[in-house]
Design a protein around this ligand. Structure first.
Ligand code: NOJ
Length: 564
């Protein structure tokens, strides 16, 4: 049965994510800023994308690059001012671009006024804005922290002889959502941005906001595997529904929750339209595919398999086949670069694999999210030296590795593939020093391959560039409603080299063929019938064969056909 189509701008739009710190510096301090984004709006518009998701730009001591917010209603000075923000928003509206902000409300910075008050005394008016465990109750039950040198999510604070909870860094105390004042304060700040004209929120670790505030001891089975537990708090859906009814439903906005730990059988609880919670969320099944089981930052020892990659996407497509809507991404500021991770960034295969992966995101059902630089095929930087890394996650785990006397070379080898800094290097604009990102040494090293064609200016002028392919492919998606709303059928399920699928909307059919192989491949599609194929786009030369259903694909070739 064909799914009933409910058209929405956030289903049809292509998202472009910007990590502001790394996009464009205009003040000469080595850090990107809002004026830099303003300067680049024409470029962004030229890509054909519709929605910008901006990583946090709020006031922050930057312990976790802005995910530790000290004031939700101010702009970080290094990024500019509220006037710059308003100018950015106006410039976007002029160009028909929508703006999605990051909403970080599982935690604040410890420098937020709420926490400063909360820690003063046990009877402070803000005490219950956070989770405190009085020391007289003994040591609190084990909770794991992502960014703590002792992996301990409880931090003792002597002022009030109590521990506070921080799932992330010690400077990121978790908010207490049980407190209705906290929830109202969050809804207020959301209204503040919506009333300015912002078009939506990407909600940081939103699956973690509800906690069992009894903080029971957990079975040892949880050791090292806290994420599924954190994402299943008892009142999560109550809060999301309340947020929807109190704020979201009053605006035409888009919401996408970041939902680590949420499993496929829980998916519809978030996005079934009748439940009135969120529009979409990011699941992490793909992001775990090449990681050691239950260990989000450790690369698995064996290579990932294409059949598993296909299964993840096919299963997730199926779950939204009647209700809800998916979101498609291959990288972001927390994960290594797409082409290095899922493609092949060697000179021979870089072009085809970068464009093949763009084709993938733009031919699947679900809103596609691209991360700055993905449109020009930016790659992992693979730092050899710990002194080059800036990310709190890598730096803390390095300390842990030192404490444990682990082999530090092995640690660095892992980070070359896993570190978030791979995805955070400055945008590569041209062949000037520092790739046109800044006139001074940037906060994080620029990848030197900007000198070898991985930069915007060089690719602008080349017909066959990753950048120009991206623009063309975005247009192909826009021209074919089938690629947005059509149903999805996996073909060649057990083939380990080619990912093939059919998208169908009414009588319209599109066939997508994606090679993930370094070799030429030959395939025969006999699961479906068709008489004629018309090529819509390919990133390589297309070889005609005598039979309509057999295809020859070059390494990492992508082909999108219309069938009749
Ligand atoms: C998820 C964000 O994407 C990541 O960058 C951040 O470190 C954590 N949440 C904590 O806010």
């Amino acid at each position: 049965m064909q799914k009933k189509i409910i058209r929405k701008w956030w289903k049809e739009g292509v998202v472009y994510q910007i990590y502001p710190r790394s996009f464009q510096d205009t003040t000469g301090n080595g850090i990107g800023d809002l004026q830099g984004i303003i300067q680049r709006l024409d470029y962004i518009e030229s890509l054909g994308v519709d929605i910008i998701w901006l990583n946090p730009v709020y006031e922050s001591p930057n312990d976790d690059n802005g995910y530790d917010i000290s004031n939700y209603r101010n702009i970080l000075k290094a990024f500019g001012s509220m006037a710059d923000f308003d100018e950015l928003l106006a410039g976007m509206k002029e160009r028909g671009l929508k703006l999605v902000m990051d909403l970080v409300v599982n935690h604040t910075s410890d420098e937020h006024q709420w926490f400063q008050e909360s820690k003063k005394s046990r009877d402070n008016a803000y005490r219950d804005y956070y989770h405190w465990w009085p020391a007289e109750k003994g040591t609190p039950p084990k909770r794991w922290s992502y960014f703590d040198v002792d992996s301990n999510a409880w931090k003792y604070d002597e002022t009030t002889d109590a521990y506070y909870l921080h799932y992330f860094a010690v400077k990121q105390p978790d908010l207490n959502w049980e407190n209705s004042k906290v929830r109202q304060a969050v809804y207020d700040l959301m209204r503040f941005w919506f009333d300015k004209g912002v078009d939506g929120f990407r909600m940081d670790v939103i699956s973690f906001i509800s906690k069992d505030i009894e903080f029971p001891e957990l079975p040892t089975a949880y050791n090292g595997k806290f994420i599924p537990f954190y994402s299943n708090g008892p009142k999560l859906h109550e809060y999301l529904h309340e947020m929807n009814q109190t704020v979201l439903s009053n605006y035409d906005v888009m919401t996408v929750g970041e939902a680590p730990g949420v499993t496929i059988d829980q998916a519809l609880q978030f996005v079934d339209e009748d439940r009135e919670e969120l529009n979409m969320f990011f699941h992490f099944d793909l992001m775990e595919l090449d990681r050691a089981h239950g260990q989000p930052f450790l690369m698995a020892s064996e290579l990932w398999k294409l059949t598993k990659f296909k299964k993840i996407h096919s299963d997730w497509d199926a779950v939204f086949s009647e209700k809800g809507w998916g979101s498609m991404f291959l990288n972001n500021h927390d994960f290594p670069r797409t082409v290095s991770r899922w493609g092949n960034d060697s000179r021979t295969h870089w072009f085809n694999s970068a464009t093949m992966l763009q084709t993938f995101l733009l031919t699947m059902r679900g809103t596609p999210y691209f991360y700055y630089g993905e449109e020009i095929g930016m790659t992992n930087i693979r730092f050899d030296n710990i002194t080059d890394y800036q990310d709190i996650n890598t730096l803390n785990r390095y300390k842990i590795a030192q404490q444990n006397n682990d082999d530090l070379e092995t640690f660095i080898e892992n980070e070359k593939d896993a570190s978030r800094d791979n995805a955070r290097t400055p945008m590569q604009w041209n062949t000037n020093e520092y790739s046109g990102f800044s006139v001074v040494k940037p906060w994080l090293k620029v990848n030197t391959n900007y000198e070898e064609g991985i930069n915007v200016a060089s690719q602008e002028g080349k017909k066959n560039s990753v950048l120009n392919y991206f623009r063309k492919m975005v247009q192909v998606r826009k021209d074919q409603l089938t690629l947005i709303y059509g149903s999805y059928q996996l073909l060649l399920r057990s083939n380990e080299e080619v990912y093939a699928y059919l998208r169908t909307l009414g009588k319209e059919k599109c066939l997508v063929l994606l090679s993930f192989s370094t070799q030429k491949t030959y395939i025969k599609i006999d699961e479906i019938e068709f008489k004629k194929v018309t090529l819509l786009i390919s990133n390589d030369e297309v070889y005609e064969t005598n039979q309509v259903n057999t295809f020859e694909l070059m390494p990492y070739q992508a082909c999108v056909y219309k069938l009749s």
